[in-house]
Design a protein around this ligand. Sequence first.
Ligand code: ATP
Ligand code: MG
Length: 138
Amino acid sequence: MPQRTFSIVKPDAVRNGHTGAILGEIDKAGFRFVALKQQSISKRQAEGFYAVHRGKPFFDALCEFMSSGTLVLMVLEKENAIADLRKLMGATNPANAEEGTIRKQFASSIQENAIHGSDAEDTAAFEIGYWFAGYELI
Ligand code: ATP
Ligand code: MG
C-alpha cells in the first residue's frame, strides 16, 4: 500500500536556486507528486506547523526563517514514503548527513537545512491537512 508524506523545500534552498535539483532527487527516488505548490507563509502559520517544537531554544528563529521567503509545499506518495524520504533527506545537521543525501548536497546549517519531511504517520496526516485541502490531493 502506498503511503503519503509531507515535505517542504525550505526558503534557503529556494533562495539558493536548488528547487529543481531537489525535486529531481525526489522524482528519481520514485515518489509521486500528489500535490505541489510554491508560496510564502506567515510567522504565525509557521508557529502552528511547528507547534511540537514550541518552547525549544530554536523555535522562534526557526519560525522566523520559515517565513523569510518562498517555499515549496508537497505531498509525496510511494511505498514506505515517510522513512524513505527521511533517508533521502539525511541528518538534521548537514555536517552529519550522509554523502548523496539532499541535506549533504544543499543544506547550509542545522537551521537552514533545505528540506522538511514528516517523521511519522500521525505527523504526516497533521501536516498534509495543515497545508492542503482535500480537493488539492489527487
Ligand atoms: P524537519 O522537521 O524540518 O524535517 P528534522 O525532523 O530533521 O527536520 P527537527 O528536530 O524536527 O528536525 O527540527 C525541526 C527543524 O528545526 C530542523 O529541520 C531545523 O530546521 C531546526 N532545528 C532543529 N534543531 C535545531 C538546532 N539545534 N538549532 C537550530 N535549528 C534547529
Ligand atoms: Mg522534524
